[in-house]
Design a protein around this ligand. Structure first.
Ligand SMILES: Nc1ncnc2c1ncn2[C@@H]1O[C@H](COP(=O)(O)OP(=O)(O)O)[C@@H](O)[C@H]1O
Ligand SMILES: [Mg+2]
Length: 320
C-alpha cells in the first residue's frame, strides 16, 4: 500500500513540473559536418576540454589572519589574542579562533570558559568559531586555514612561546603578526640586541630573523603586504625609566627588523580576573554584578585595537 502511495505521489509531482521544451526547427543533419581543423581545436582535442570552473575567476581568500607570536612565554600573547578576538566578535565580524599552543590551549580554554559563563549568567556573549587541530601538523593547519578564510572575515591564531614547524607555518600565513613584549631587556633579545653601555643597535634577534626570512618576496604570494606589529604589553607604570629605556631600544630595532611599535594592554588585575571566566571588560555592561567598566582600561583596549589597523569597518567605527 505504501509503495503505491509513493508511486502515485511521484507521478502527481511529475505533472506539476513544466513540460520539457519542444524541439523547434529542422533536425540536425546526420552525420555532422566535419569541423574545420584549426590550431585551436587541434590543441583542444589533444588535451582534455577546459573545465567550466576554470572560466570563472578564483575568489581570493577573504579572511584576514592575525597571528599572535613571540618565542617568549608570559608576555600576554593569549590575553591580547583573546581581547582582539572578542572585540571583533562584538563588532559583528565573523571570526575563527585557532590555538597552535597545543600544550596550553590558553585561548581555547578562555573561549570554552566564555561559553560556560554565558550559560551560567544567562546572557548572550558573542564568540568565534573555535577550530581544533586533530592531527596537529602543518598540512592540517594550512588546510583548516584555507577553509576558515572562505567562511570568516578574521582568523585569530595564538602561537606558543617556542619555535616549531607548526608555529612557523602559522606565521608564514599571517597578514598581521602581533608580537607582545614586556618591559624587560631580556625579552628584547628575540627581536634584537642593543649594547647596554652605548645603547647602539648590535644585531637582529632570532625571532626577527625568522620573520625576515618568512617575509622574503617569492616565498609567499601575498595579496597584501605583511604587517608586523610589536606591542609593548603589561607595562606596570607609564613613564618609568625602565619603560622609556625599553621603548627607546625597540625604536632602534624597529626600522632594521621592519616592525611597527604600538602600545598594548597595561598590567591590570581586572584582566587577570576576567580572563579565566572568558570575559572582557566590555562584557561587564551585560554583567554589572561582576564589576564596573573602567574608562581608562576601555581607552587602553581601544588604543591597542586602533593601532592594529585591522581591515574591519565595523570595529573601526566602534573604537573611533
Ligand atoms: N595585561 C595584563 N594584566 C594582568 N595580567 C596579565 C596581562 N596579560 C597577561 N596577564 C596574565 O599573565 C599570564 C600570562 O599571560 P598569557 O596571555 O597567557 O601569556 P602568553 O600567552 O604570552 O604566554 C596569565 O596568567 C595572564 O592572566
Ligand atoms: Mg599563551
Amino acid at each position: 500500500m505504501r509503495f503505491f502511495a509513493r508511486f502515485k505521489r511521484y507521478f502527481s509531482r511529475q505533472k506539476l513540473l513544466p513540460p520539457p521544451p519542444r524541439e523547434t526547427g529542422a533536425a540536425a543533419p546526420w552525420p555532422p559536418a566535419p569541423v574545420a581543423a584549426t590550431a585551436r581545436n587541434a590543441f583542444q582535442s589533444a588535451v582534455s576540454p577546459e573545465p567550466a570552473w576554470l572560466k570563472y575567476p578564483v575568489t581570493p581568500p577573504k579572511g584576514h589572519i592575525i597571528v599572535f607570536a613571540n618565542e617568549k612565554g608570559g608576555v600576554g600573547k593569549s590575553m591580547s589574542a583573546f581581547h582582539t578576538c572578542i572585540a571583533l566578535c562584538n563588532a559583528g565580524e565573523s571570526v575563527a579562533a585557532l590555538d597552535v599552543d597545543l600544550r596550553q590551549l590558553t585561548l581555547h580554554r578562555a573561549l570554552w570558559a566564555r561559553l560556560e559563563s554565558a550559560t551560567e549568567y544567562g546572557v548572550k556573549l558573542p564568540g568565534p568559531e573555535q577550530i581544533m587541530l586533530a592531527q596537529q601538523n602543518e598540512s592540517e593547519l594550512e588546510e583548516k586555514l584555507r577553509m576558515a578564510r572562505i567562511r570568516h572575515s578574521f582568523i585569530i591564531i595564538d602561537v606558543g612561546g617556542h619555535d616549531s614547524p607548526i608555529a612557523r607555518r602559522a606565521i608564514f600565513m599571517a597578514d598581521t603578526i602581533v608580537t607582545p613584549v614586556n618591559d624587560s631587556f631580556i625579552d628584547l633579545d628575540m627581536l634584537g640586541r642593543i649594547d647596554p653601555r652605548s645603547g647602539e643597535f648590535k644585531t637582529l634577534g632570532n625571532f626577527a630573523r625568522l620573520v625576515e626570512h618568512l617575509k622574503e618576496p617569492g616565498l609567499a604570494i601575498r595579496p597584501k603586504p605583511l604587517d608586523w606589529v610589536v606591542m609593548q604589553n603589561r607595562s606596570r607604570s607609564l613613564g618609568t625609566k625602565n619603560e622609556i629605556k625599553v621603548r627607546e631600544a625597540l625604536e632602534k630595532i624597529a626600522p632594521v627588523a621592519g616592525f611597527r611599535l604600538v602600545p598594548g594592554l597595561r598590567e591590570r588585575v581586572t584582566y587577570r580576573e576576567l580572563f579565566p571566566q572568558g570575559l572582557t571588560l566590555f562584557d561587564l555592561e551585560m554583567l554589572p554584578q561582576l564589576g564596573r567598566m573602567q574608562p581608562q582600561a576601555r581607552e587602553e583596549i581601544w588604543a591597542m585595537l586602533r593601532a592594529l589597523r585591522l581591515p574591519s569597518e565595523a570595529l573601526n567605527r566602534a573604537i573611533e
